[in-house]
Design a protein around this ligand. Structure first.
Ligand SMILES: Nc1ncnc2c1ncn2[C@@H]1O[C@H](COP(=O)(O)OP(=O)(O)OP(=O)(O)O)[C@@H](O)[C@H]1O
Ligand SMILES: [Mg+2]
Length: 294
């Protein structure tokens, strides 16, 4: 079982501030915490913790943020040989949280959007049987998205979580990836935005485009799964919710773990809900990701 991720790499910097300043105002930082992230990266870390051999295709700058992002993969046992180091800034998200819990976020995509196909050692990457894709913001160009559209042809197994950035780009732009997707992992809002119809009907369209398994994330209602022969709603685990950041990424890790181990789709859905339930009981996207299941 081997899986490689391909998506953005971001360092989330959470600033606890006395207030979120308006124009011409000044606020003060009380504390800063750093959280390595990126949606596909979180999923790959989840898979690595569960014992899957993993690596990641992504781009970082030659800065301190990039060093932290690469080191976090090394600590998690995720292969970094496909990480591209470039001139420029690593992706960051500056998240300002005031005393009442209000948030303001500034995202710097940095070098994330500039991954050219010729920068990826595709032949070596193909030793991983499954490639997992999530969205790039595409604020600084389409190179990374275009590389994803091309690389999906090279893999037998492709999983794809569009996230809102790709859902907003529309079906025409995403068609190439979806047609090459084995396991499609959207949230309800994302699949309905992409297909402009109810998620159940949209899932039918996905199957006719060649997708094998559609798993729609339904937040506090769990998930709903559709294949050519089966349809199943899988109830979530009842847990005390602390922070839902990364719930969808954790779900993907659990679902794909089950898929790679040959579980039936309901079993995969339960594992997705289970790993997500661990994630949301802790603060941050990676903290709660389990090291073994059951
Ligand atoms: N309140 C909750 N109780 C139990 N499980 C939950 C709850 N909220 C989310 N989950 C679990 O997390 C999974 C993913 O959540 P959600 O549907 O919000 O994904 P998402 O919109 O992709 O999230 P993200 O913002 O992390 O990308 C759900 O399918 C479910 O298993
Ligand atoms: Mg999501």
């Amino acid at each position: 079982m081997r899986s490689i991720g391909f998506g953005a790499l971001n360092l989330d910097k959470i600033y606890m501030v006395d207030k979120i300043p308006r124009e011409d105002e000044e606020g003060f930082v009380k504390d800063v915490n750093l959280f390595p992230g990126g949606s596909a990266a979180n999923t790959i870390v989840g898979l690595s913790r569960l014992g899957v051999e993993t690596a990641y295709i992504g781009k970082i700058g030659m800065d301190g943020e990039g060093k932290i992002l690469a080191e976090s993969f090394e600590e998690e046992g995720v292969g970094t040989e496909f990480i591209i180091r470039a001139e420029g800034r690593s992706g960051t998200a500056m998240i300002f949280v005031d005393e009442s819990g209000n948030r303001a976020i500034l995202v710097d995509p940095g070098v994330n959007d500039s991954i050219r196909y010729d920068e990826i050692d595709v032949d070596s990457a193909r030793k991983y049987n499954l490639i997992h894709l999530t969205s790039f913001i595409c604020k600084n160009g389409l190179d990374s998205l275009n590389s994803q559209k091309k690389i999906v042809e090279e893999f037998e197994l492709v999983s794809f979580d569009p996230g809102m950035p790709y859902a907003e780009r529309g079906l025409k732009d995403m068609e190439k990836i979806i047609r090459n997707t084995t396991v499609f992992l959207p949230s309800r809002q994302e699949i309905e935005m992409l297909f402009n119809k109810n998620y159940r009907e949209a899932a039918e369209d996905c199957l006719s485009m060649g997708v094998e398994v559609v798993a729609v994330k339904l937040g506090s209602e769990g998930c709903w799964i559709k294949t050519a022969g089966k349809e199943a709603a899988v109830k979530p685990f009842k847990v005390r919710v602390v922070d839902t950041t990364g719930a969808g990424d954790a779900f993907n890790a659990g679902f794909l773990y089950g898929f790679l181990r040959g579980r039936d789709v309901e079993g995969c859905g339960r594992l997705g809900n289970l790993v997500a339930s661990y994630c949301i009981q802790k603060f941050g996207a990676r903290e709660g990701l389990p090291r073994k299941l059951e």
